[in-house]
Design a protein around this ligand. Structure first.
Ligand SMILES: *[C@@H]1O[C@H](CO)[C@@H](O)[C@H](O)[C@H]1NC(C)=O
Length: 233
């Protein structure tokens, strides 16, 4: 488990850091590390404290520490969920909801949605249109026949298909994400996500791409209110 090894190496290398507190025999900077059990340091990464499990440090949004002090990947999120931006170092974006609009995703309060009033038997007032809800690793929760899918564009943009159309940018990737229950929304092998530009558009930190944007992680939040839209636009 490379991540954990590098976290551990990080913890051993703190001797040179600005020392303010004592953890066992080691001095450490509490802005960079947490001390567990009086003698075990785990790094704080992008404002989030990793936790201790046995002899390892771990990200509690991806792993659970089992009773025997071994790590297990958290369960996949099987229920519908929304996406929440997370970066405690950026007050302006931390905890903001992520919604779809114009076939892309942004930090914004509401999705762009449409319901065709006047279709026989369809009551558009049943749609709250107040969230962008995902189900599984490539679907959006919609009502429109044919549904709508989400995917990663070659430039990293998180995108979704238009209703009644299966089209997407050439080279886009479907189903590459993992969503953990009460945890994180990730693309394995990437370092997270970015919010870019004035409208805070969401991009995946795909290997080989460079961004000068705000880094963030994305957390999942279960959505118990049913399908909120006819379709996203
Ligand atoms: C969205 O709308 C549903 C249904 O009206 C409501 O129960 C829920 O609290 C709303 N959620 C948000 C986040 O606005």
């Amino acid at each position: 488990m490379t991540l954990l090894n590098s976290l551990l190496l990080g913890a051993c290398a703190i001797g040179a850091a600005v020392a303010q507190l004592q953890c066992g025999t080691i001095e450490y900077n509490p802005a960079l590390y947490s001390c567990y059990d009086g003698d075990f340091l785990c790094p704080i990464i992008s404002g989030d404290a990793t936790k201790k499990c046995g002899d390892a440090c771990y990200d509690a949004d991806i792993y659970d520490c089992k009773a025997d002090s071994t790590l297990a990947e958290k369960p996949a999120e099987d229920n519908p969920f929304t996406l929440i931006a997370h970066n405690p170092l950026y007050y302006g974006i931390n905890g903001k909801v992520i919604n779809g609009c114009s076939r892309h995703f942004f930090l914004r309060d509401l999705p762009c949605a449409y319901c065709p009033e006047g279709i026989g038997g369809l009551d558009c007032s049943m749609f709250s249109e107040n969230a962008t809800v995902l189900g599984g690793i490539s679907g959006l929760m919609t009502t429109v026949p044919g549904g709508q899918l989400f995917y990663i564009e070659p430039n990293g943009a998180l995108g979704f298909t238009q209703a009644h159309s299966g089209s997407y940018p050439t080279g886009s990737t479907f189903g590459s994400v993992k969503a953990y229950e009460d945890g994180e929304f990730i693309i394995p092998g990437t370092s997270g996500w970015y919010a870019c530009g004035d409208d805070n558009q969401i991009f995946a930190a795909l290997p080989g791409l460079e961004f000068s944007c705000i880094p963030l992680r994305i957390l999942t939040a279960e959505w118990p209110y049913g399908t909120p839209v006819w379709q996203y636009t």
